[in-house]
Design a protein around this ligand. Structure first.
Ligand code: PMP
Length: 286
């Protein structure tokens, strides 16, 4: 089956779909994005992802290219045309096409919008969660506004590639104070020796992951004790459990940090319980 991409109002064959060479996303990474899980053909947590999209756009002063209801239609139609049951839908909005110049273009310049969707094999994710993943730590080198979900992801790309080269799956950024901020494309969590769930507050230094927000709700229903506070690499290495969250990873256990086993080196019960209860709490579309 041939894939379809939505580009600025048209559903095009994915293989040949493109934007103009002077798109500001291409030239300046001047844009934002969202990734939603698709499950059983339906979007997971669309409402929250759209709220975050609007926030990201506002922060960098790009206008929403179409009403959210219309955007929802495009997202669903892209999922449908690609026949995705389980996978993800990707949405990117940039400041549009204009002669290369750092200043914002004429306000009448329409933002560019691209939507793609693709299937993921749920069995692969489950196998990864059953096994657990390794992470490495790398110095934080991103700008301060990581709360904005911008398409400027070069530090994340380099960090994740370094992880791959080291035989790991994810890289955790470590700030100047020695605290883990987040992963290249996931939020970071630990479970302390006394069973408390710890994740960094989202006020600074991280993207406020939608999965993170939902997991905090799941944790509450499971009556887990949660501390939103910074934690260090040393604390993470000494933790009982560690795990990452994101829209496509749900909760995935971390079993090694810089080669050092976490707990007994196997996925633990807290990450498992959060993962199992996640979709019961997330908002799944119809
Ligand atoms: N942090 C970063 C840097 C990310 O790229 C992502 C995934 N987009 C996350 C955290 C997790 O966010 P979410 O749970 O909304 O997928």
């Amino acid at each position: 089956m041939s894939r379809i991409a939505y580009v600025n109002g048209a559903y095009l064959p994915h293989a040949g779909a493109g934007v103009h060479v002077e798109d500001r996303g291409y030239q300046f990474a001047d844009g934002v994005y969202e990734v939603c899980e698709v499950r059983g053909g339906h979007m997971v947590d669309q409402r929250r992802h759209m709220e975050r999209l609007v926030r990201s756009l506002n922060e960098i002063r790009i206008r929403l290219p179409m009403p959210l209801a219309a955007l929802g239609v495009v997202l669903r139609e892209t999922i449908r045309r690609n026949r995705v049951r389980d996978g993800l839908v990707y949405l990117q909005v940039t400041r549009g096409v204009a002669r290369r110049d750092h200043y914002f273009p004429d306000p009448a310049t329409p933002p560019s919008i691209v939507v793609t969707a693709r299937a993921l094999d749920p069995a692969k994710g489950e196998a990864q969660a059953a096994q657990g993943i390794a992470v490495i730590t790398v110095p934080e080198n991103r700008w301060e506004r990581v709360d904005i979900k911008t398409i400027g992801l070069l530090p994340n790309v380099l960090a994740k590639e370094a992880a791959k080269q080291a035989g790991a799956r994810e890289a955790w950024f470590v700030d100047a104070a020695g605290n883990i901020t987040e992963g290249g494309s996931t939020n970071a969590w630990i479970v302390t020796d006394d069973g408390r769930l710890v994740t960094r507050p989202a006020e600074s230094g991280i993207l406020r992951g939608i999965t993170r927000t939902v997991m905090l709700e799941v944790a509450e229903t499971l009556q887990l004790r949660v501390d939103e506070r910074p934690f260090t690499v040393e604390e993470a290495k000494a933790a009982r459990e560690a795990f990452v969250t994101s829209a496509t990873n749900f909760a995935t256990p971390v079993v090694r940090i810089d080669g050092h086993p976490v707990g007994d080196g196997r996925p633990g019960p807290v990450a498992r319980a959060l993962r199992e209860n996640y979709h019961g709490r997330a908002e799944i579309g119809h």
